[in-house]
Write a protein that binds this ligand. Structure first.
Ligand code: FAD
Length: 379
């Protein structure tokens, strides 16, 4: 069974590292980078240049999976072919697609051209370099940094940048950055309950971050962002660095006549994470429209991507051994948001569906523990 696994993110890597050398199973992992990126820690890399990658090859030892470093250019489900930037046309018996998501700029004028994103290591490196440059005494541009989107990524980035600018301005004796966090919705961190959200909000305000909820980003230029609240005049904010974290959508390189997509371009899958019309194809992670026990879409998170990958790894082994597939059973074990340094807020699941809400150092420890668990699971 010739099996291709596309992408070594949380979902693809979890799939690959679940495998064992098995007769009849010939698996190749195709990834554009020789490393796995801890995407959930990119905000740390953007602010502090933290190491957030791990070489993939050693993680595949003992799995029987081959690593092919290439960029996937297209996937044709009808022809059962994958094209790569190395000029290869690869065929498969079974395919696992885990290529993640890309930023959705919602066609807001100027945003795709002028805003940075925070999806890849290069994005983090570019933001880190700008922050350093903006603290030099010779820097003459705007020291405003405007972050669009106050979900998990925007809030985690804003607080980390706040820490960094505190540090750099003290070290170099230059002015601190002014951080704007602009959110179209009425609340920051919509995934959290009010009490935790209020704690997060207090931390943002303590850092002096200018939180503008109920404001839409209307337009970006090289050095401005125009925002507008309902019923009010547009407001132009000078911006030295604009970063858009306000939306994602699934990668759009998979084609198939019968392919069905849902919101944010996510691919419709069945309970075993296969495309119903192409049962030889599994889709995992941000690209998949996995459903929970109530039939609602599971969130696009690393936690769920990892679970989907592990289920799919198990299912590849079962397919090779001629056994029935198991169904994907999503479980949200908790959600933690880091707020710079040792501060975090969030909750963890207790038995009988109870939630334990935490903030401060304990929440920070829990967030770290989830990262350690992830490392453990792929090692
Ligand atoms: C800053 C930030 C903070 C976050 N914090 C959290 C958090 O605290 N908790 C949480 O659960 N989730 C968090 N998330 C969301 C989480 O990171 C994603 O849901 C998760 O990464 C999705 O996993 P995935 O495997 O689908 O995709 P990814 O992890 O994005 O992996 C996709 C892989 O495919 C590779 N790839 C992409 N295109 C190609 C191509 N054409 N050819 C070859 N390879 C390709 C990429 O290099 C990558 O290795 C955060 C995201 C960001 C950006």
């Amino acid at each position: 069974m010739k099996t291709l696994i596309l992408g070594a993110g949380y979902a693809g890597l979890a799939t690959a590292t679940k495998l064992k050398p098995t007769e009849g199973l010939d698996a190749t992992l195709i990834e554009q980078n020789p490393f796995h990126t801890f995407e959930t820690r990119l905000h740390e890399a953007a602010a502090h240049n933290t190491q957030v990658t791990l070489p993939i090859a050693p993680l595949l030892r003992g799995t029987g999976v081959e690593l092919e470093l290439a960029k996937v250019l297209s996937v044709d489900l009808d022809k059962k072919e994958v094209q790569t930037d190395k000029g290869q046309t690869l065929s498969y018996d079974t395919l696992v697609i885990g290529l993640g998501s890309v930023t959705n700029f919602y066609r807001i004028p100027g945003l795709a051209e002028y805003a940075s994103e925070l999806k890849r290591l290069e994005d983090a490196e570019e933001i880190y370099a700008w922050i350093n440059k903006a603290h030099l005494p010779t820097y003459t541009g705007s020291r405003n940094i405007v972050i669009g989107g106050a979900g998990l990524t925007g809030v985690e980035l804003a607080t980390e940048v706040a820490q960094r600018t505190d540090y750099l301005s003290k070290q170099l004796g230059t002015e601190k950055l002014t951080i704007y966090l602009v959110e179209a919705g009425p609340k920051i961190l919509p995934v959290l309950e009010d009490d935790l959200r209020n704690k997060a909000m207090k931390t943002l305000l303590d850092y002096d971050i200018k939180v503008l909820t109920g404001h839409r980003v209307m337009k970006a230029t090289e050095d401005t962002v125009t925002i507008q609240a309902e019923g009010q005049e547009p407001q132009v904010i000078p911006s030295g660095k604009t970063i858009w974290t306000g939306g994602i959508q699934a990668q759009d390189i998979v084609k198939g006549e019968k392919l069905q997509r849902g919101p944010a371009n996510r691919i419709v899958v069945d309970a075993t994470l296969r495309i119903p019309e192409y049962p030889e194809v599994f889709v995992v992670g941000d690209m998949a429209l996995g459903k929970n026990q109530e039939g609602k879409p599971v969130p696009t998170t690393a936690q769920h991507a990892g679970q989907q990958g592990r289920t799919t790894g198990r299912n590849l082994m079962r397919l090779a051994r001629g056994r029935e597939l198991v169904e994907y059973e999503p479980s949200t074990l908790g959600e933690f948001v880091s707020l710079g340094g040792l501060m975090a807020v969030g909750w963890m699941k207790l038995p009988w569906n109870q939630k334990l809400k935490l903030s401060g150092g304990l929440a920070h420890m829990m967030k770290k523990a989830s990262e350690w668990r992830w490392r453990e699971s792929i090692s």
